[in-house]
Design a protein around this ligand. Structure first.
Ligand SMILES: [Cu+2]
Length: 169
């Protein structure tokens, strides 16, 4: 009887641990900003280890708002950023938020983002709830981790212009 009870406790503990890790967020980083810049891009990688989930919002103490954005080409090939209401992550999939693609846009920066500094980013998922990670600031033109340098070379200039155009009201 005691063994049965112990087994039940172990099963419960295991499933609780598994639930907590159904979504993992890593490689969070941001582009460095100039003192006059009020917006900035934040990038990270979301790994789903469960039945899939949806990123529904994000926040950070460094900015008034973090918006979910997507960089897309319009009919004439001009790159634009569009706010997205939610970002679905398929079961077992990896969703990379990276330059030229999905990203978090810090709106109303409260501080300059200087290379090497870190700050917290909280992501809220429909199922997994809130997950807070630490983002590291790269250099101004940084594409983040080395393997993303190719994305950077293709997309950085265009995305930089988009950010200015879209957020200067
Ligand atoms: Cu953006």
């Amino acid at each position: 009887m005691r063994n049965l009870l112990l087994a039940s406790v172990l099963v419960f503990a295991f499933s609780t641990a598994a639930m907590a890790q159904m979504v993992m967020v890593g490689d969070a980083w941001a582009r460095a900003t100039s003192p006059s810049q009020s917006v900035g891009g934040i990038f990270l990688s979301i790994h789903d280890h469960g039945p899939g989930d949806t990123l529904i919002s994000a926040s950070s103490p460094i900015a008034a708002n973090l918006e979910l954005h997507q960089t897309v080409a319009d009919a004439s090939g001009v790159m634009k950023m569009l706010p997205v209401a939610a970002l679905p992550v398929a079961a077992g999939a990896v969703l990379d938020l990276k330059p030229g693609s999905y990203h978090l846009m810090a709106i109303g920066l409260k501080q300059q983002l200087k290379p090497g500094e870190t700050f917290p980013v909280t992501l809220v998922f429909a199922k997994a709830g809130a997950i807070t990670v630490t983002a590291t600031v790269g250099t101004a033109g940084s594409a983040g981790p080395a393997e993303r340098v190719m994305d950077h070379m293709h997309m950085d200039g265009m995305e930089g212009m988009d950010h200015g155009a879209m957020h200067q009201h």
